[in-house]
Design a protein around this ligand. Structure first.
Ligand code: ADP
Length: 299
């Protein structure tokens, strides 16, 4: 992930294409077969099934290309953690639009100060800016021979989902869910290594059983010794801003779940706890149990 982050900074420093070129690039890069292929799923047949039909053909899609997956889920749910593990396992890039935005913020580019205000208030960046950043990231990946992707943080509005749907086939959308009590604590406990970009968490979440609901324990995710002295907190991980991001998720992103549900592409996954409890269950839900032996490589 850090490699992509560093490279996208370089890519965003390049000359800006026009909006039209950006969108035409997005169409070209996301879907070489855009004009000739139809969705891998039939919304009518796949609607209301427990698992999306795409799960039958996960590891490599029928057209011989790599998977094109999306991760949905509230701030703090762990999209980045699981998307990054799956990306290692399946050999496809993990593209997090939040990382692209943070790279842009860290640069001295003209967008930087405009973005800072938006992001630090927990608001969404405009569709045009986010698609511009994503297009450049995809263009850079294409030049390096990448294929397939696991998107994390995009699409976040129904309009973004419609644009994406118009340019490529998304095979599967994994909707990660975690008990609400844990989300804020997980965001507040998040720490990032300023050098390698690794994500860690100092929160120890211990929700007691209550009213017939089981308890839940999520252990902290400590950094390795080489990162311990380099940890930083994201400026938008304050209590006030996280609450605002959660509100915006409900208003703007929750409808994206319905968008994919109605197309038979949504896989709901309730996280039972931290990584030790969740990872193997997620692999099972994705019909990737035979990748179990590679789990340690993905960790
Ligand atoms: P979160 O932990 O809230 O899921 P991210 O790291 O995905 O955060 O994103 C950080 C910020 O970047 C968001 O609050 C938003 O300002 C911006 N951002 C990321 N992805 C998008 C998107 N698809 N559309 C609009 N804004 C985005």
């Amino acid at each position: 992930m850090a490699v992509f982050s560093r490279c996208s900074t370089a890519a965003t420093a390049a000359a800006k294409p026009t909006a039209a070129a950006t969108f035409s690039y997005l169409i070209r890069a996301l879907s070489p077969s855009f004009f000739s292929s139809s969705s891998t799923l039939d919304p009518e047949t796949d609607l209301n099934r427990n698992k999306p039909a795409a799960l039958g053909a996960l590891k490599r899609e029928p057209k011989g290309r790599n998977v094109q997956w999306v991760f949905l889920g509230c701030p703090g749910v762990g999209k980045g953690t699981y998307a990054s593990r799956l990306s290692n396992l399946l050999g496809v890039p993990h593209i997090a639009t939040g990382d692209l935005v943070r790279d842009e913020l860290a640069s001295s580019g003209s967008l930087s100060s405009q973005l800072k205000e938006i992001v630090n208030q927990g608001k969404l960046v405009s569709d045009e800016i986010i698609i511009d950043l994503l297009s450049k990231r995809l263009e850079m990946g294409e030049a390096k021979g990448e294929s397939g992707f696991i998107l994390d943080g995009f699409p976040r509005t129904v309009r973004q989902a419609e644009i994406l749907e118009g340019v490529t086939d998304i095979d599967l959308v994994i909707n990660l869910k975690l008990r609400e009590e844990a989300l804020l604590a997980k965001c507040l406990g998040r720490r990032i290594c300023s050098e390698c970009g690794g994500n860690y968490n100092v929160a120890s979440i211990d929700i007691k059983a209550d009213n017939g609901r089981p308890g839940m324990y999520m252990a902290p995710l400590p950094p390795p010794p080489q990162c311990a002295s380099k940890l930083i907190t994201r400026p938008d991980d304050t209590e006030e801003v996280v609450k605002q991001r959660l509100r915006i998720y409900q208003a703007m992103t929750r409808p994206v779940e319905d968008f994919y549900r109605s197309r038979g592409k949504l896989l709901e996954f309730d996280l039972p706890g931290g990584i030790p409890e969740s990872w193997s269950k997620l692999l099972r839900a994705l019909n990737l149990e035979d990748h179990d032996d590679k789990q340690s490589a993905a960790a």
